[in-house]
Design a protein around this ligand. Structure first.
Ligand code: KIV
Ligand code: ZN
Length: 517
């Protein structure tokens, strides 16, 4: 690290702004997994949730606060004292607790959303920041919709926030409306005009509605911001936030133009992306920068020829710098427990006891069915095992009959709380038959929102990963299942989603899953 002036703090809001995207809800266990990974990867601050918004969010922020070893942990709060007290309580156990309080400052938000005049907003800025300082010295203040805020008023708000004790000033482009030039000018103006601006850290928080979130964030850095708020895979409200992996790699690859450093261990980026994609069920687009499946593939003959002569012809970073390895074929059906454990450890997984035994059994089944077992297959298999954990409902057996001139049907056995239940059903298609069978065995009122199949590796014997999103009483969960058989993966995914709804019922509200018996 050169000096503090060149250091960019990475503020990850995957678990707060990211989780706010429709359908991205995560269970407490999933949030803990993500937080632990982000901490190990070297992000500086983890925004773990919005504690007043639900008991589930409060629990997540407070558990993450206890779990995280290095990063600061932050809870979001509106300007009201109840919000701030709840956030203060939730981050109390953190080594470095932060409260992030915000209020809208743009004319359109003040008039229509807050129904408050500028003076009342100013009062709220001072009061909220002072109140937050009673809980922690590390207080971040945000001007929601800052980029559409009248400039003089923005300066007055920022000045008051600093005077009241804020240590980080965040300038959100809440609706993704700004451009790099404009965003650069806003940050520069604030740093030049606001008294004591040099005593705080300016932060960027850019949404991606015009596809400019990363560019705007980097423009903010060039103007003097030293914290970037971002999310893994760029998930977040609407079109999402600035993507963490893109920010970090842009700063690393173009150090000649942007001489700044982050503490992120870039070889972990690819796994962070997979983890977040798995727990949210949001697939990563193939051509996504840095972590997309095709980000390091070269298809055209001209490109392949160039690459063989010198990789620098078409590659500006090495795949291993972001954790992408050449797919390797190392394990097969003759491999034993030892080799399997070694391989998992090399890929960064530690599974113990029953989870290891189950993963090994599933690996052997896979190796029997599949010619080649690739690293990606193992990742899918093990992530699936981690996600499934010890569930109330499990798929024990599935037989499916389908074809032309035949009514598709299935025979399914589920174990529900240790008791086997079996049914036979038919449906419009084999997937419909399976889902009906699950419904018959375990009646529920959740509705199917999304059914999606992805192949993990190439070829007809590839493992399929299926995502199923269920919605009940306004809550959505996404289940995942992986298998060489797409229909089996579909059954796993549906049951995984049901288990998640059951976890949510326990953790949040008793009515989360209405069992219509
Ligand atoms: O986009 C936004 O303005 C936010 C604030 C709460 C920081 O997410
Ligand atoms: Zn946001």
């Amino acid at each position: 690290m050169r000096d503090d002036k060149s250091r960019i703090r990475i503020f990850d809001t995957t678990l707060r702004d990211g989780e706010q995207s429709p359908g991205a809800a995560m269970t407490l266990e999933e949030k803990l997994d993500v937080a632990e990974f982000l901490d190990a990867m070297g992000v500086d601050i983890i925004e773990a949730g919005f504690p007043i918004s639900s008991p589930g969010d409060f629990a997540a922020v407070s558990e993450i606060s206890k779990l995280v070893k290095n990063a600061g942990v932050c809870g979001l709060a509106r300007a009201g004292f109840k919000d701030i007290e709840r956030a203060g309580e939730a981050v109390r156990g953190a080594r470095r607790p932060r409260i992030h309080t915000f209020i809208s400052t743009s004319p359109v938000h003040m008039k229509h959303k807050l129904q408050m005049g500028p003076n009342a907003v100013l009062d709220a800025v001072g009061a909220s920041v002072s109140r937050a300082r009673n809980f922690t010295d590390d207080v971040q203040w945000s001007a929601e919709d800052a980029t559409r805020t009248e400039r003089d008023f923005l300066c007055r708000c920022v000045e008051l926030a600093i005077r009241s004790g804020a240590t980080t000033i965040n300038i959100p482009d809440t609706v993704g409306y700004s451009t790099p030039q404009e965003y650069f000018e806003i940050i520069s103006m604030l740093r030049n005009r606001v008294p004591n601006a040099d005593k705080v850290i300016f932060s960027t928080h850019c949404h991606n509605d015009l596809g400019l979130a990363v560019a705007n964030s980097l423009a903010g850095v060039l103007a003097g911001a030293r914290q970037i708020e971002c999310t893994v895979n760029g998930i977040g409200e609407r079109a999402g936030n600035a993507a963490l992996e893109e920010i970090v790699m842009a700063l690393r690859v173009r150090k000649d133009l942007m001489p700044y450093e982050t503490r992120v261990k870039t070889p972990m980026l690819s796994r962070a992306s997979k983890l977040v994609s798995n727990v949210t069920g949001f697939p990563v687009q193939y051509n996504k920068a840095i972590v997309g499946k095709n980000a390091f593939s070269h298809e055209s003959g001209i490109h392949q020829d160039g690459m063989l002569k010198n990789v620098e012809t078409y590659e500006i970073m090495r795949p291993e710098d972001v954790g992408v390895k050449e797919t390797s074929l190392v394990l097969g059906k003759l491999s034993g427990r030892h080799a399997f454990r070694d391989k998992l450890e090399a890929m960064g997984y530690t599974l113990d006891g029953p989870a290891f035994a189950e993963a090994f059994k599933r690996f052997k089944d896979l190796a029997d069915k599949k010619k080649h077992v690739f690293d990606e297959d193992l990742v899918a298999l093990v992530d699936d095992e981690i996600v499934r954990g010890h569930d109330l409902i499990a798929v024990e057996n599935l037989r499916v009959e389908t074809g032309t001139n035949l009514l598709p049907g299935c025979e399914l056995t589920l174990s529900v709380d240790g008791e086997d239940r079996r049914v036979k059903t038919t449906g419009d298609g084999p997937v419909d038959a399976i889902f009906k069978a699950i419904h018959e065995i375990y009646p529920h009122t959740a509705t199917l929102q999304l059914f999606q199949i992805n192949a993990v590796t190439e070829g007809t014997d590839a493992q399929a990963t299926v995502s199923v999103r269920l919605e009940e009483n306004g809550r959505t969960v996404t289940g995942r299942g992986a298998d060489t058989d797409t229909l089996v993966a579909a059954a796993y995914a549906y049951v995984n989603a049901l288990n998640k709804l059951l976890v949510k019922r326990e953790k949040q509200a008793p009515e989360a899953l209405t069992v219509a018996r």
